[in-house]
Design a protein around this ligand. Structure first.
Ligand code: TXA
Ligand code: MG
Length: 317
C-alpha cells in the first residue's frame, strides 16, 4: 500500500506520537519530526543516515513565533523575514535556550524558515510544536520534489508522505547567516542572490565548505545521482569524448535531439525558475534509466542559474 496520503489529521497523529512524516514544501520534501522530541529527531538522523554534525532546519508557520526559536534578530534579518517569508529562505540566527542541541549539532545558532506551502502551513498551525525537517532523501542522494521520490527512498522507514504535489521551486532554500549583523549567503538556493540584494544590498556569498566553518553541511559532493554525472560547458564537445556509451543529457533550453540519447530539456522558454523546478525530477528520471553517464549543461551564472550550477557542481564532483 502507498504511504502517500492527503490526510493532515493522520500526519498530526503520527507527529504527536514522536514519529516522522515527510512534508511538502515549495522547495523540496522534508523529513519532519517534533523539534522537542528526542526520539523523533534521532529517527530523522538514523533514517537519512545523516551525520550528527550536520544540523537541521526548524520550520515554523508565522513570524511572531520566531522569538521562541532565536534569541536575537538583527535588523536586516527582520527585513529579510518580512520580505521573503513564507518562502525559500532559511535564516541562521543565535538560538533560543529551548532549542535542543541535537537540532543544532551543538552550535549556538539555529536555522529556521517559514515554508510557502499551504498544506504544511495548515499542518504546522494544527501542531503544538515546530517541525525539524531536512530534505527527505538519504544522505548524499538527490532531494525529492515529488511524493513518489520520497516513497521510493523511505517506504520501509516511515508511515506517511503528506501529499502536496510537485514542489514548485524544486531546489532547496537559500541559507543566510549573519556576521556582525550583516547577511552572508551560506547556501545558494531557490531565492536568487539578485532578489535578496534588492532588499539588503550587496551580499557576500560563502557557499563553499572550505571557506565557511559556519556551514557544516556544505559538502563538496551532494545531491548526487548514482550514475556518473558530468558538468559540461558544451554538450556536443563532451558527447564526442564518450563514444559507445549509454548517455543521458540534461540541457537548459536547446535540445540536441540525437535519437540514441535520452534527453531532458529543463525549460524550453529559458526560464530559470522552471528549470530549477524541473532539475531534481529530471535527475531522478535519468538516474533510473541504467545509463553509463549523465551529462548536464552548465547554466549561465546569473540569477537561479547560479544556484542550479551549484547543485550540478555538487552532483558531479
Ligand atoms: O529547502 C530547504 O531548506 C529544505 C526544506 C525541507 O525546508 N531543507 C533542507 O534541509 O534542505 P537540509 O537538512 O537538507 O539542509 C539544511 C542545511 C544543511 O546544509 C545544514 O548544515 C544547514 O542547513 N544548517 C542547519 N543549521 C545550521 C546552522 N545552525 N548553521 C549553519 N548551517 C546550518
Ligand atoms: Mg539536504
Amino acid at each position: 500500500m502507498s504511504i502517500i496520503s492527503k490526510d493532515i489529521q493522520k500526519a498530526v497523529t503520527i507527529l504527536n506520537n514522536n514519529d516522522l512524516v515527510a512534508i511538502p514544501t515549495e522547495t523540496v520534501y522534508g523529513l519532519a519530526g517534533n523539534i522537542f522530541s528526542e526520539k523523533a529527531i534521532k529517527k530523522i538522523f538514523k533514517t537519512k543516515r545523516r551525520p550528527f554534525f550536520n544540523p537541521l532546519i526548524v520550520h515554523i508557520s508565522n513570524i511572531e513565533y520566531l522569538q521562541n526559536i532565536v534569541s536575537y534578530i538583527p535588523e536586516k534579518a527582520k527585513l529579510l523575514a518580512t520580505h521573503f517569508w513564507p518562502g525559500s529562505m532559511t535564516l541562521v540566527l543565535p538560538k533560543h535556550n529551548s532549542i535542543p542541541d541535537l537540532i543544532t549539532a551543538g552550535k549556538d545558532t539555529v536555522a529556521v524558515r517559514i515554508p510557502n506551502h499551504p498544506k504544511t502551513i495548515e499542518l504546522l498551525n494544527t501542531l503544538d510544536f515546530p517541525l525539524a525537517a531536512p530534505s527527505a532523501n538519504p544522505f548524499n542522494n538527490i532531494s525529492p520534489t515529488k511524493p513518489e521520490h520520497v516513497e521510493n527512498y523511505f517506504r520501509n522507514d516511515i508511515n506517511m508522505v503528506l501529499d502536496g504535489g510537485h514542489c514548485k521551486n524544486g531546489i532547496e532554500s537559500t541559507i543566510i547567516g549573519f556576521e556582525k549583523d550583516n547577511p552572508v549567503i551560506y547556501r545558494l538556493g531557490a531565492l536568487s542572490v539578485e532578489e535578496i540584494e534588492t532588499v539588503v544590498g550587496k551580499i557576500t556569498i560563502r557557499n563553499k565548505k572550505e571557506n565557511n566553518p559556519n556551514a557544516p553541511g556544505m559538502l563538496t559532493k551532494h545531491y548526487a545521482p548514482k550514475t556518473t554525472t558530468i558538468l559540461a560547458d558544451d554538450i556536443k564537445t563532451e558527447l564526442k569524448k564518450h563514444p559507445n556509451k549509454k548517455i543521458g543529457i540534461l540541457v537548459f533550453s536547446e535540445p540536441i535531439s540525437i535519437n540514441t540519447i535520452e534527453e531532458i530539456v529543463l525549460s524550453k522558454t529559458r526560464n530559470f525558475k522552471e528549470a530549477a523546478a524541473n532539475l531534481y525530477a529530471a535527475m531522478h528520471t535519468l538516474d533510473q534509466l541504467n545509463l553509463d553517464i549523465i551529462i548536464a549543461e552548465r547554466f549561465p551564472n546569473i540569477n537561479l542559474g547560479k544556484s542550479i550550477n551549484d547543485r550540478l557542481q555538487r552532483a558531479t564532483s
